[in-house]
Design a protein around this ligand. Structure first.
Ligand SMILES: NC(=O)c1ccc[n+]([C@@H]2O[C@H](COP(=O)([O-])OP(=O)(O)OC[C@H]3O[C@@H](n4cnc5c(N)ncnc54)[C@H](O)[C@@H]3O)[C@@H](O)[C@H]2O)c1
Length: 358
């Protein structure tokens, strides 16, 4: 039997404690968390309670110096500003990396992380956990059946009544502070929106136009909307932390029908030949995805199976990692577009555009 992978958690905040750890503890034959680093003393104390057998450190450097020889991977669950530096340090110690989204706060950093993984021959795996939500799996099954045909338009709306808070012991509002987060709701939630759009439109984006606003006194946006061009179609996304309700609403439109998702409720509309769907052509399903519980433990269990598989098979940088880097590039380009009053920008051309504009 293969021995369980030995892992270290960097950042023991909300998602590490409530999402990653319960999933790891459910599969001790696959993964064991033997060390934790957190810069906050109260969070280190919490880690001692939750993982009494783990060795606890005040920072990544001290953890890696003491533990790297016995480790297989690190799981990065700190705010985004530190993801790149921690990933590079882990690769330098020959470790695989599981990394929370967004993987970095700049496209250059994201690309450098993937390049380092390839050079070090170590896995880089992003936390694209929404792919494992039951409703998203239900959508994928319909798409794979081919019954609604090729997709030409998707809309992805994420409505929240406030920004998500980090643990109270550290900096609960770090998502609103650009230095720590890299941006507002687009940087925080955009990755989930965009990797789903890549999957549903079955291609990579070529251009984006974006608008954003900020109703708060923080230095990051809390309303964001964009239209993304793909070779296969268009994605329209709206994200807000200022809504009157908390909901996820997705629509996916194909040549022969459409799918609508509102939280756990799914409608599949099938067109009759050459026409609109009749009343009997709408199928309604429900797939409990527990959207209101932000820890998403069940989704992480599925993700960890994929991470272990990537390590066992030596897939250093797979499609998920490439999509993660593209998400950051798209968000960076969206910010440049919004600063230029919604000008459409080619993906990858944002630096030239900004230099010309500035
Ligand atoms: N995939 C998802 O569904 C999901 C959900 C929530 C959060 N996240 C992501 O997880 C990451 C963490 O978010 P959170 O909500 O858990 O935040 P949090 O504030 O609750 O936790 C962050 C923790 O990291 C620690 N920390 C900060 N800088 C550090 C450093 N340099 N080294 C070690 N420890 C450090 C803090 O003390 C804190 O305990 C973010 O990237 C966020 O976007 C993902």
């Amino acid at each position: 039997m293969t021995r369980p992978l030995q892992g270290a958690l960097i950042g023991f905040g909300f998602i590490a404690e409530k999402g990653h750890v319960p999933a790891y503890l459910s599969a001790p034959d696959q993964i064991q968390i033997v060390a934790v680093a957190d810069v906050c003393a109260a969070r280190r104390e919490r880690a001692r309670q939750v993982l009494p057998h783990a060795r606890i450190y005040p920072d990544t450097k001290t953890l890696l110096s003491a533990e790297a020889r016995g480790l297989d991977f690190v799981d990065i669950a700190t705010p985004p500003c530190d993801h790149a530096a921690i990933a590079h340090a882990a690769f330098e110690h020959g470790l695989h990396v599981f990394c929370e989204k967004p993987i970095a706060t700049s496209a250059a950093d994201a690309r450098a992380m993937l390049d380092h993984a390839i050079a070090a021959k170590r896995v880089f795996f992003p936390s694209h956990n929404y792919k494992h939500a039951p409703v998203i799996k239900a959508i994928r099954a319909v798409l794979e059946s081919g019954e609604i045909g090729p997709i030409h338009l998707v809309t992805l709306d994420t409505f929240r009544t406030t920004h998500a808070k980090g643990v109270a012991d550290w900096q609960p509002d770090w998502r609103r502070t650009r230095k720590t987060s890299g941006g507002g709701i687009a940087m925080d939630h955009g990755s989930h929106t965009f990797y789903l759009a890549f999957d549903w439109l079955a291609s990579q984006p070529t251009a984006i136009t974006a608008k954003m606003s900020n109703l708060s006194t923080f230095d990051t946006e809390d309303n964001f909307s964009c239209t993304v061009t793909f070779p296969t179609g268009i994605a329209v996304a709206q994200l807000t932390w200022n809504s009157g309700f908390r909901k996820v609403i997705y629509t996916i439109h194909g040549a022969n029908g459409a799918i609508k998702v509102e939280d756990d409720e799914i409608e599949i509309h099938r067109k009759r030949a050459g026409g609109a769907p009749g009343p009997g052509d709408v199928e309604r399903l429900s797939a409990a995805s527990h959207w209101m519980d932000a820890s998403h433990v069940e989704w992480f269990k599925a993700l960890q199976v994929e991470f272990v598989q990537a390590i066992r098979t030596g897939q250093w940088v797979g499609q998920e990692a490439r999509d993660a880097a593209m998400c950051v590039q798209l968000i960076e380009t969206a910010y440049a577009s919004a600063r230029a009053d919604g000008k459409q920008l080619a993906i990858g051309a944002e630096r030239t555009a900004v230099v010309k504009a500035g």
